[in-house]
Design a protein around this ligand. Sequence first.
Ligand code: MRU
Length: 381
Amino acid sequence: MRVNGEQYRTIWPDPTDSRRICLIDQRQLPHRFVVETVTSCQQMCAAISEMHVRGAGLIGAAAAFAVYLATLAAPDEGMDPYLREAASELLRSRPTARNLQWAVERMLAAIGTVATPAGKRQLALAAAKAIADEDADFCRRIGIHGLPLLEEISRRKGGKTVHILTHCNAGWLAFVDYGSATAPIYAARDAGLDIHVWVDETRPWNQGARLTAWELQQEGVACTLICDNCGGHLMQKGLVDLVLVGSDRTTHTGDVANKIGTYLKALAAWDNDIPFYVALPSSTFDWNLDNGYDIPIEQRAEEEITTTFGRDEEGAIRTVTLTAPGTRAANYGFDITPARLVTGLITERGVVAAERQAICRLFPEGPGDAATGTDLSVSKK
Ligand code: MRU
């Protein structure tokens, strides 16, 4: 998508030296646009856990490139145990994110099909690029499948503005390109629909205020920032036509883990008879869990709640403390929206009900090729 009119992806190998992986450092947005270079798996683990990169698909792509970087650092003798250790470190970096696990397993399965160290390194780069390309393509297709939902609302409203409420950032910054929740919005913009997005600020990290509002503005999509508590009021006033969010992990039974606060939006949407859709690529499905409440919920540092940061009047980026000294904070990163509150899931293969049979009909292969274990499988550690 575009940054100041120029096309970018969120992560890419340096075209002059593929041992250098470039990524947009999202901690700096929207105040500074900084491209960072990562050259080791350890650096990528830090970039993931400290949220230089974040969001379902991007975490997966970053993990894939991290496994490739690990193959470069691994000794020829003993490459497999080295990669298993690297994989374990990656899996610890963001526990709720399903795409991370999916990408690591897929990388190890692919690398395990090749015998020589040189071959493994070559294949790892190709596999990581393929995961990144696939992520972008899945999101593009989510846009195609989500567009008719917005067209239908627009038709019903006689072409008047369609108001979409979104939470957190499930935009292109959370993936390699297009985004999941934003893909249908960009498709609708391209189709000439009159679209407006209510953007939840998404405390404590402010992904909505800092990222979603910025990327929609860069793409020329009308949007308005709201505080996290505002959505219910807007829904009661008839100012929301559809809620559209992303997901960090969705069980094959349709329960959705997404950024903390999503559940409250789903409850308000239910109470006001407003459709609540979740956009996700199949790489976000967890095929092993039946119950969303079994999804591990990441807890992050208290300081993300007790402080905030932004640009002051002189242009300096500052962190300020919001609370009295000693104030304790509980920083749960995600919550679970039960399937019964979800109108539908928008995937790269189409829109599907949030229930086991429908999901398994659309994805009969389940987890796909990543499931074929090899002698590199992380579970063997
Ligand atoms: O903690 P984050 O920013 O990595 O959380 C992920 C998210 O951005 C959201 O939960 C998002 O809605 C789903 S990821 C597309």
